[in-house]
Design a protein around this ligand. Structure first.
Ligand code: ADP
Ligand code: MG
Length: 365
């Protein structure tokens, strides 16, 4: 087996001599050409992880390897990385050309070679026409493209991006997101992007590392995170509108597992149930808003009451409650259910996750 492009082994970063941890015991392998998103809420340790990869922070625990080489002590400039930050950080008194050429001049590269390299990367990122301008003469999106060029001009092994789109407006964000994705595919550079936006991570990356409070929760391709979240945190963080969570108690009668909830009793199909499941367990059922079927009555179904309906154009979103629990149910637009009448829904069991309420971990297969 060849070594992965990047390997993190029990990597941690603490402050105050080990009292506060920004990142704890992260294990991660990233293959050449992967596009990985570090995803999690603000303050969970994403930037800290990225800074350890680029060498600006030293891990207080564990080891980082690039292609099997231990790099904990390697200076940032010797790591063959390119970085793009949230603020474009262009030098305001240098032309765009000079901004991109800057890292090459620091390497004392020959003038002709610098011109060739800058022009080459400017063509790839499609900013050739701006090379003579000053940063103030470019929009935010154009400046971010220049920052991409500056990161790519040294032909890095690894591209690191820290919330590169968070200063852009919603439409431009989508545009730049597409551009970054296409560019990464075209040049194939192993890339890691930090984002708190699950939709952005799902759209752009080949693998997502979900982090909460400095701890890696799950590392998987986007569709796997969506379909098979390992715990309640991942389940609640991925997907929009978010997954519904329903408290219940597991019971077993005649070999059939049932989940007793406030809104009704659901039979859990045998193939979903791990034989080690104990009855009497307090569980949380996770069901996405798209994964309900409307049925005619309360048997083997949940009885919901509707607060109001959002007509979203391509589908309807029923805002419901079941006791204290609030739920969202998405239906085709053809469903026209009166708000005043009870709504009976049956989950599509292929897509139901059952979590242990105490540990938050998934207990279904
Ligand atoms: P994210 O990028 O996910 O928003 P960070 O990696 O920037 O989060 O920060 C992770 C945690 O580490 C936060 O709780 C933050 O307050 C803490 N932290 C970051 N830098 C320092 C520092 N120099 N001293 C103490 N705590 C820090
Ligand atoms: Mg950050």
């Amino acid at each position: 087996m060849s070594e992965p492009m990047i390997r993190l082994e029990n990597v941690g970063k603490s402050y105050d001599g080990g009292k506060t941890f920004a990142v704890r015991n992260i294990n991660l392998e990233i293959e050449k050409g992967d596009f990985v998103a570090l995803l999690g809420p603000s303050g969970c340790g994403k930037s800290t992880t990225l800074m350890m990869l680029c060498g600006l922070y030293r891990p207080t625990e564990g080891s980082i390897y690039f292609n099997g080489r231990y790099v904990n002590n390697v200076m940032p400039k010797d790591r063959k990385i390119g970085m793009v930050f949230q603020s474009y950080a262009l030098y305001p008194n240098m032309s765009i050309f000079e901004n991109i050429a800057f890292p090459l001049r620091q390497m004392h590269m020959k003038k002709a070679e610098i011109i060739e390299k800058v022009q080459h990367v400017a063509e790839i990122v499609k900013i050739t026409e701006y090379l003579k301008r000053m940063p103030a003469q470019l929009s935010g999106g154009q400046q971010q493209r220049v920052a991409m060029c500056r990161a790519l001009v040294k032909d890095p092994d690894i591209l690191l991006l820290d919330e590169p789109m968070s200063n852009l407006d919603a439409r431009l964000k989508l545009e730049i997101r597409d551009e970054i994705k296409k560019l990464q595919e075209r040049i194939g550079v192993t890339s890691i992007i930090v984002t708190h936006d699950q939709e952005e991570a799902m759209a752009i990356s080949s693998h997502i590392a979900v982090i909460d409070q400095g701890v890696l929760q799950q590392y998987a391709p986007p569709d796997e995170l969506y379909r098979h979240p390992k715990n309640l945190f991942v389940a609640s963080f991925i997907g929009n509108p978010p997954m519904n969570f329903i408290d219940g108690t597991l019971s077993c009668s005649g070999g059939v597992y049932e989940c007793v909830t406030e809104g009704g009793v659901l039979k859990i199909p045998g193939e979903k149930v791990d034989s080690s499941l104990l009855t009497g367990n307090h569980v949380v059922l996770g069901i996405r808003p798209h994964n309900f079927d409307l049925v005619g009555g309360p048997e083997d179904a949940l009885t919901l009451h509707t607060d109001y309906i959002e007509h979203l154009g391509k589908e309807n979103l029923y805002r419901c409650y079941m006791g204290d629990a609030k739920l969202r149910v998405i239906t085709p637009i053809s469903v026209d259910h009166p708000v005043s009448e009870a709504l009976y829904v049956c989950p599509d069991y292929d897509f139901v996750s059952v979590f242990d309420k105490e540990t938050g971990n998934i207990i279904t297969k």
